[in-house]
Design a protein around this ligand. Structure first.
Ligand code: HEM
Length: 413
């Protein structure tokens, strides 16, 4: 039988066991950065590289509707989320997010978060030990809720932070983490849908033009307001990923511990270096392993094909560690981004292509802005890093330093 037609074994179990290494390990044997495989019972084609990013983001190649498995929707994104839409429906829903995340608003969000961080640091000085990942999640929750117009009496930041982290932490795994993620989503969707109804009835006053107010009044083309559950899903699609920046905060702390020479330029407030450092954290450390969509038609990439109704995978982690693209991919070297800002389809931790026209993350500016500001604060943090388990297991998706990055003896600034 022709090798291209031979049935392939389904690789879903291998993916669940091997995590981030699953695709790159198999792609290593390919000289063409393409791999034919089977996933979730369907034929799949994995691709990598800037040209492949453009191929993946061509809407005539890939659709998102029906592409995201239900366990991922029920935890990470929410049913009916913008992530699942295509064509006009996608673009009109996306218009809800883009103006909310433009530069001026990002600067205000960063102010809210850095104020919450500075206040938290003052309280850490009296504590025996602080787990930076957990604390960053609470700081980000406080900041994003204030910025988004979510009234303080509507949420307990500790509980909300725990639930938002759980939704991300449990999306890619069966077992207790997944159940925690499902419960967290159900609880917060119910809470936020109630809040949307209170805003619409006038019981709760949402600040004019805030995220909460915009989501409450958003209409898809030719439709009435979003039903409260879908509105809650989209409100959470701003709150949850902002709080997920805590993963990058833990990675940034890890990088500063392993390569302390980078501290000086951050401490000194070198803005260009802070941007480069944020980019290198997003490139070097693993977060999204890959992205996927459902093939609209039969697609061929570098001689390998996948039929219509199959899966096209974009190997994000593999692309970020591709020697041809980066030269020294396993060296943490922010300077690479000082010499040359990343091309839009080279650095893709939050997707590729154009955020307005495609599915690229609209929160990239937010993520980079927050990470720049918090990396400077991490570099200035006076504390001790005690012995702890700082391994970052590649089998766990999403991963992070095992200890969550513990610090002791924090000295108030
Ligand atoms: C989409 C990653 C932060 C809002 C995405 C996608 C990825 C991603 C991989 C999917 C791209 C695709 O499907 O092609 C991340 C990471 C973040 C982050 C790693 C930082 C930890 C944010 C923030 C916001 C945000 C801060 C908003 C405040 C969204 C939305 C989408 C999205 C609404 C759906 C876009 C669409 O389908 O058109 N993000 N993101 N993200 N992200 Fe982010």
């Amino acid at each position: 039988m022709d090798a291209h037609r031979r049935p392939l074994m389904d690789r879903t179990p291998a993916l669940l066991v091997e995590g981030y290494a699953w695709l790159p390990d198999r792609m290593r044997d390919s000289t063409r950065s393409v791999l034919r495989t089977r996933l979730l019972g369907r034929p799949a084609l994995a691709v990598r590289g800037p040209d492949a990013v453009r191929f993946f983001y061509d809407e005539s190649h890939v659709h998102r509707h029906g592409a995201i498995p239900a366990p991922v929707l029920d935890t990470l994104f929410g049913q009916g989320a913008v992530h699942t839409l295509d064509g006009v429906a996608h673009r009109t829903r996306k218009e809800l997010f883009l103006p909310l995340l433009e530069a001026g608003r990002v600067a205000r969000l960063t102010e809210h978060v850095t104020e919450a961080w500075d206040e938290a640091v003052r309280s850490w000085s009296g504590r025996e030990r602080v787990v930076l990942f957990d604390e960053a999640a609470v700081v980000l929750t406080r900041g994003v809720c204030e910025w988004a117009g979510v009234p303080p009496r509507a949420v307990d930041p500790q509980t909300l932070a725990r639930d938002l982290v759980a939704m991300v932490d449990g999306f890619a795994t069966p077992g207790p983490r997944h159940l925690r993620a499902r419960r967290a989503r159900t609880r917060q969707e119910t809470r936020m849908a109630g809040l949307i109804e209170e805003v619409r009835s006038g019981e709760v006053a949402a600040p004019e033009d805030s995220v909460l107010e915009r989501v409450a009044r958003h209409r898809d083309t030719g439709q009435g307001p979003l039903d409260p559950r879908t509105a809650a899903v989209e409100l959470l699609n701003v709150l949850r990923p902002t709080v997920a920046v805590s993963w990058f905060v833990a990675f940034a702390a890890h990088a500063l511990h392993r390569w302390p020479a980078h501290r000086e330029r951050l401490r000194a407030g070198d803005a260009a270096f802070a941007t480069a450092f944020a980019h290198e954290v997003r490139r070097f450390y693993p977060f999204a392993p890959f992205l996927g969509g459902r093939t609209v038609t039969e697609l061929t990439w570098h001689g390998e094909s996948v039929p219509a109704g199959g899966i096209l995978l974009l190997d994000v982690y593999g692309q970020h560690h591709d020697e041809e693209l980066w030269g020294d991919p396993y060296t943490f070297r922010p300077e690479r981004f000082l010499d040359r800002p990343p091309g839009p389809d080279e650095l893709i931790p939050q997707g590729g292509g154009d955020p307005a026209a495609g599915h690229r993350c609209p929160g990239e500016r937010v993520t980079v802005g927050l990470l720049e500001a918090l990396a400077v604060r991490l570099a200035r943090l006076e504390c001790t890093v005690p012995a702890q388990d700082l391994r970052i297991p590649l089998r766990r998706v999403p991963t992070r330093p095992r200890s969550g990055f513990v610090v002791t003896g924090v000295r108030a600034p």
